[in-house]
Design a protein around this ligand. Structure first.
Ligand code: F6R
Length: 613
C-alpha cells in the first residue's frame, strides 16, 4: 500500500506533489508528508490526522520556500510503527540532508538497524523504512552519487519495496528503486516524475516508463537513466495506458463507492464486449492458450484475496457445472505456504482487481514455480500480476477508487463465468444450444444489474431501518453462499458491524447457538436448486427469534412472506445470479455505513492496494 510521488524540475514541485497525493490517497491515508530539496536544505512537512493530512499539507504550502528544485511525497498505510507524525514519511538521515519515501516492507530492517546503530546512527521513528535513509547517508559519505548509493542499499535489503530518495548534494536528482512493489517513471517538458501509481501521473503526462524489479532509476529534469543491481545500464521500457483521469473522478456522485456501484452495468458490458457472442462463441485470445493447451488442462485452481476470493467461489461452481472440470479455490495468502500439488496440467487463475496484491502475486509465482500454467485475471493492464502470468484477462471495469470493491468484484465473477463457458465449449462439455442459452444469460446481466440498481432507494430504506444492528449473519447456499460472504465482508469493512457468513446448512452444526432475538439474519433466498432448503434454514433461525432479511426474486411473495425485510432483485438463472444478488448487499452496507457517519470510500484501517504480506 502507500502512495509515492517524486518530482524534479517543475516550477512548483509542491503543487504537483499535492495534486498527485490526492489521487494516491486511496492507497493509504494514515498520514501524509512531503519534502522539498535544494542544494542547501530539506523542507519537510508531515501530518498524521487520519484522512485529513493532505488538508494540513495544503495549508503548510503557504510557508513553503520558493525555487526548490525537487521533492518527494508519500501517503501512508501504517505497517511498522503507529500512525503518528514521527512515523510519517518522508524519513531523514542523521544529518538531515537525505530523505526517502517507501512503500512495502523491509524484512531485515532490524538486522540493518543493529549495524547502523553500532556505527553511531540514531533513529527517530519506529518504521522499517527509516533504515534506508541512514544506509544512504553511509553510502553517500563514501563519495557515491545518490543513484549509486541507492543501488548499493538495494543489494542489502530483503522484502518488497518501492523507494524514492533525494539529497541536498544532488538537488536535481530523484533516485528510485523497486522490488515487487510498483513504481513508474514519467517525464514532461523538463520535469522528471516518479510515482507508485499510474493514476497519480495520468493528468500530467502519458510519457511513462516501467521500472523492473531490482532496477534503480536516476531521474533528472531532462533525463532518466536506469541501471540493474549489477550497475549495468538498462533501456527505458514505455508503459502503455488506456485510462483517463475523467474516469477516475466522482462525476457528481457523493463518493466513489456510489459511482462505482452505478457503473456496474457498463463495467459488465465492457468486460463481455467482443469476447462473447449471442451464438455462444467466445473469443479469449488474451489467454495465450491454444486449443490443444486447453485440452491438456485437467484441473483449474482459482485464487485471490478478500472479494476476489469470493468471486472465485462463484467461478468454481461455473467451472464444475458447465465445463465439468475439477475446480478448486484457494485463499492466495495461504496458498504459498502450503505444499500444493500442481503440474503442467493445472491452470491457475489468479484474480486481483489491482494486480498488485502481494499475497496473490507470490501465490501466482509459486504456482509457476510448481509448473502450473497461469493466468492473471485483473483490472489493471500491465500490472505486476499480468506481467508475471503466462496470460492475462482484463476485467475492463475502469479505475476503482472506493476502497471496498464493487464493480470489480462483479466483473471478476462474470469474467470467471465467461472463462468457464469458454472451457465448456472448447472441451465439448455443453451442447451448442446450452452454450447459446448461457451466452444469452451472461449478455443479459448488465441490464439485470441495472434493474437491481434502479431499486436502490428500496435497499437504502431497509439499510436505514437496520442502521443500529450489532450482529448480522449472512446465509446462502451454492452461489448464494459466495454472495453471503461478500455481503458480510462489505458490512464489516464499511459499517464496522460484526457480520459472519455461513453456508445456510452449517448453522445447525454450531453457529445457531448464537441466534436470539437480537440477531439479524440476511438470507440469499433467490430461486434455485436449494431454495426449499434455504427456506427451511430460514425457519430454523426465525424459530429462535432472529429478524430475517431476504434477498429474493422480484414478486416472490412466498419468500417475502417469511421475512421482516426483503431486498428484491430481477429474476435471474441461479448460477448467473451472484453479480445481480450482490447489488442489494452492497447497498445495504453502503446505507448502514452512511447512516452511521462512516467514510465509505476510505474505511478505517484499510487501503485499496495491499502490497504487504
Ligand atoms: C473488499 C476488498 C478486498 C480486496 C482484496 C484483494 O471490498 O476490496 O477484500 O478484494 O484486498 O484485492 P485485489 O483484488 O486488488 O487483489
Amino acid at each position: 500500500m502507500c502512495g509515492i510521488i517524486g518530482v524534479t524540475g517543475a516550477a512548483e514541485p509542491l503543487q504537483v506533489m499535492l495534486d498527485a497525493l490526492a489521487l494516491l490517497e486511496y492507497r493509504g491515508y494514515d498520514s501524509a508528508g512531503v519534502v522539498l530539496v535544494d542544494d542547501d536544505r530539506l523542507w519537510r512537512r508531515r501530518d498524521a490526522v487520519r484522512g485529513h493530512s493532505l488538508e494540513t499539507l495544503r495549508e503548510a504550502a503557504a510557508d513553503a520556500p520558493a525555487h526548490m528544485t525537487a521533492g518527494i511525497g508519500h501517503t501512508r498505510w501504517a505497517t511498522h510503527g503507529a500512525a503518528v507524525e514521527r512515523n510519517a514519511h518522508p524519513h531523514c538521515d542523521c544529518s538531515g540532508t537525505v530523505a526517502i519515501v517507501h512503500n512495502g516492507i523491509i524484512e531485515n530492517y532490524q538486522e540493518l538497524w543493529d549495524k547502523l546503530a553500532a556505527e553511531g546512527h540514531t533513529r527517530s521513528s519506529e518504521t522499517d523504512s527509516e533504515v534506508v535513509a541512514h544506509l544512504l547517508e553511509r553510502e553517500l559519505a563514501t563519495g557515491a552519487g545518490l543513484a549509486e548509493a541507492l543501488r548499493r542499499c538495494v543489494g542489502e535489503l530483503r522484502g518488497d519495496f518501492a523507494l524514492a530518495a533525494v539529497t541536498t548534494r544532488e538537488p536535481q536528482v530523484i533516485a528510485a528503486a523497486r522490488r515487487t512493489s510498483p513504481l513508474i517513471l514519467g517525464r514532461i517538458d523538463g520535469t522528471g516524475l516518479v510515482a507508485s501509481d499510474i493514476a497519480a501521473l495520468l493528468g500530467t503526462t502519458r510519457d511513462l516508463y516501467q521500472l523492473a524489479d531490482d532496477e534503480i532509476a536516476e531521474v533528472r529534469p531532462d533525463s532518466i537513466s536506469v541501471v540493474g543491481l549489477d550497475g549495468q545500464q538498462r533501456g527505458l521500457v514505455p508503459l502503455e495506458v488506456g485510462w483517463d483521469l475523467v474516469a477516475a473522478r466522482r462525476d457528481g456522485y457523493d463518493d466513489f463507492m456510489s459511482k462505482e456501484i452505478h457503473e456496474q452495468p457498463r463495467a459488465l458490458a465492457d468486460t463481455l464486449m467482443g469476447r462473447l457472442h449471442v451464438d455462444g462463441t467466445t473469443e479469449l485470445e488474451e489467454l495465450r492458450l491454444t486449443g490443444s493447451d486447453l485440452d491438456e488442462i485437467e484441473r483449474v485452481v482459482l485464487m485471490g484475496c478478500g472479494s476476489a476470493y469470493y468471486a472465485c467461489l462463484s467461478g468454481r461452481i461455473a467451472f464444475e457445472h458447465w465445463a465439468r472440470m475439477p475446480a478448486e479455490v484457494e485463499i492466495a495468502s495461504e496458498f504459498r505456504y502450503r505444499d500444493a500439488i500442481l503440474g503442467e496440467h493445472t491452470l491457475v487463475v489468479a484474480v486481483s482487481q489491482s494486480g498488485e496484491t502481494v499475497d496473490t502475486f507470490h501465490a501466482l509465482r509459486e504456482a509457476r514455480r510448481r509448473g502450473a500454467k497461469t493466468i492473471a485475471l485483473t483490472n489493471v493492464v500491465d500490472s505486476l500480476l499480468a506481467r508475471e502470468a503466462d496470460g492475462a484477462l482484463y476485467t475492463r471495469a475502469g479505475p476503482e477508487i472506493g476502497v471496498a470493491s464493487t464493480k470489480c468484484h462483479a466483473t471478476q465473477i462474470v469474467m470467471l463465468q465467461l472463462l468457464a463457458l469458454h472451457f465448456a465449449r472448447q472441451r465439448g462439455a455443453i451442447e451448442p444450444e446450452e452454450g447459446r442459452d448461457l451466452a444469452g444469460g451472461l449478455l443479459a446481466l448488465p441490464g439485470l444489474v441495472g434493474r437491481a440498481i434502479a431499486r436502490m432507494d428500496d435497499y437504502f430504506s431497509v439499510a436505514n431501518r437496520l442502521s443500529e444492528v450489532q450482529d448480522v449473519y449472512f446465509l446462502g447456499r451454492r452461489v448464494g453462499y459466495a454472495v453471503a460472504l461478500e455481503g458480510a465482508l462489505k458490512l464489516k469493512e464499511l459499517a464496522y458491524v460484526r457480520a459472519e457468513a455461513y453456508p445456510a446448512g452449517e448453522m445447525k452444526h454450531g453457529p445457531i447457538a448464537l441466534i436470539d432475538e437480537s440477531a439479524v439474519v440476511v438470507a440469499v433466498a433467490t430461486r434455485g436448486r436449494l431454495w426449499e432448503k434455504v427456506m427451511a434454514n430460514i425457519a430454523e433461525v426465525k424459530a429462535r427469534g432472529a429478524t430475517v432479511v431476504v434477498v429474493c426474486g422480484e414478486g416472490d411473495e412466498e419468500t417475502k412472506a417469511v421475512a421482516e425485510e426483503f431486498l428484491e432483485i430481477p429474476v435471474v438463472p441461479e448460477l448467473l445470479s451472484p453479480a445481480v444478488a450482490i447489488v442489494p448487499l452492497q447497498a445495504l452496507a453502503y446505507g448502514v455505513a452512511r447512516a452511521r457517519g462512516n467514510d465509505v470510500d476510505r474505511p478505517r484501517n484499510l487501503a485499496k492496494v495491499v502490497t504487504v504480506e
